[in-house]
Design a protein around this ligand. Structure first.
Ligand code: CA
Length: 247
């Protein structure tokens, strides 16, 4: 029997993202970038449009602006949680330093908070990290993967177990790299301040500690060891992350 023409392979997407943003230029930037990075994208500029879309489609992720012309993003986050529970990831885009919004966002269970100044590349990294957590590639990896800390040297960042991004400086990477490579084994101060002055180490660690505490619900994954140096107390990721450029 003559077989008909082979149907075209459907486009493989890395995830479906609903972009909610009323500022047209920013929305277009986000949508274009995510489309170019192989995401399927829906978009909405108001609460009404967003809620209507949520009725028809289930996004994997929502990139959510908070201040919308007909209400605020919390209503959308609450509706998404009610309909899809934790199967949908919520990334809230907030104005710089808007702590009140961040705190309110926690109560509706947003997964990640980003300030609007965050680069598109970093937003993509957060999307991919959250997707990995929501939709692991195999059942085995779900069972085997405890919440871990990823040191991503390519992107100069630490990804926290709850999917937040902590941007790192060179000295912070020099501190974290030997620690995370040997969890639960104390590392000497001289080994953690490569090239720098070991006397500055405590200031580096204090700054890093504050950055992690601001970004994540998880406490910093290291502690000082009296008379020795520092030790990594968290669970490091087993495999290094790929940078977006390597795809
Ligand atoms: Ca807005």
């Amino acid at each position: 029997m003559q077989s008909p023409m082979q149907p075209m392979q459907p486009m493989q997407y890395d995830g479906r993202v609903l972009v909610v943003e009323d500022e047209p230029a920013l929305r277009i930037d986000l949508v274009d970038y995510l489309l170019a990075r192989r995401f399927q994208v829906d978009q909405a500029a108001t609460c009404r449009e967003s809620l209507a879309l949520l009725e028809r489609t289930r996004p994997d992720l929502i990139l959510l602006d908070l201040a919308l012309p007909d209400g605020n993003g919390f209503a959308i986050a609450a509706a998404a949680r009610q309909k899809y529970d934790l199967a949908v990831g919520i990334i809230m885009l907030t104005a710089l330093g808007d702590e009140a919004h961040r705190l309110a966002g926690r109560s509706v269970g947003a997964d990640i908070y980003l300030v609007k100044e965050t680069s598109l590349r970093e937003i993509e990294a957060c999307c991919r990290n959250l997707l990995r957590r929501l939709k692991p590639t195999s059942a085995a990896s779900t069972a085997a993967a405890p919440p871990a800390w990823h040191l991503d040297e390519m992107l100069w960042q630490l990804l926290t177990p709850d999917g937040n991004v902590v941007p790192l400086t060179a000295t912070e990477i020099a501190f974290l790299k030997p620690l995370i490579a040997a969890p639960h084994i104390p590392q000497k101060r001289s080994n953690l301040s490569q090239g720098g002055d070991p006397r500055n180490l405590d200031a580096v660690v204090l700054r890093l500690r504050r950055k992690i505490e601001a970004a994540s619900c998880h406490p910093p994954p290291f502690k000082a060891v009296y008379g020795s140096g520092y030790v990594f107390t968290g669970i490091p990721a087993l495999s290094p992350l790929r940078s977006p450029e390597s795809r």
